[in-house]
Design a protein around this ligand. Structure first.
Ligand code: AMP
Length: 121
């Protein structure tokens, strides 16, 4: 699947539509999910144009990969849900149709602030 420049997260990255920003650096942008499924529901997206985790794993640079993983940790700490200070959280990335992916720009969901419950329903 090729990258669609008109997806909603691409528009957020270009500043064309607003988001409730949590954190930003050269590799990632993090903001609150518009339709939270848990007490804390944040999204972390790479700044590069990657459709999903498969695309990212195959095509991103090692710096982008490190930046994204480190970014998830930075955001979790900022939200107070990482284990240094908080009580843990869940990271999830949906890939493709069977994975239930709706927005075709790689993103990680961070759920926390309460018990997240069953892993898959
Ligand atoms: P997924 O099903 O993994 O592709 O998740 C897409 C997520 O993006 C959903 O949880 C939506 O609620 C969220 N979402 C869609 N549009 C926006 C937006 N404008 N700002 C923040 N989150 C959004």
């Amino acid at each position: 699947m090729s990258y669609d420049d008109n997806n909603i997260f691409a528009k957020i990255l270009r500043g064309e539509i607003p988001c409730k920003k949590i954190y930003e650096d050269e590799f990632i942008l993090s903001f609150y999910d518009i339709n939270p499924q848990k007490k804390i529901h944040a999204l972390v997206i790479p700044k590069g144009k990657y459709v999903d985790l498969d695309d990212f794993s195959q095509n991103a640079s090692l710096n982008e990969m490190a930046g994204l993983l480190k970014g998830i940790n930075i955001v979790a700490k900022k939200l107070g849900i990482s284990l240094d200070g908080g009580e843990g959280y869940r990271v999830l990335s949906n890939i493709g149709e069977n994975g239930g992916q709706e927005v075709p720009h790689l993103h990680f969901h961070l759920f926390g602030g309460e018990k997240i419950g069953k892993m898959v329903q």
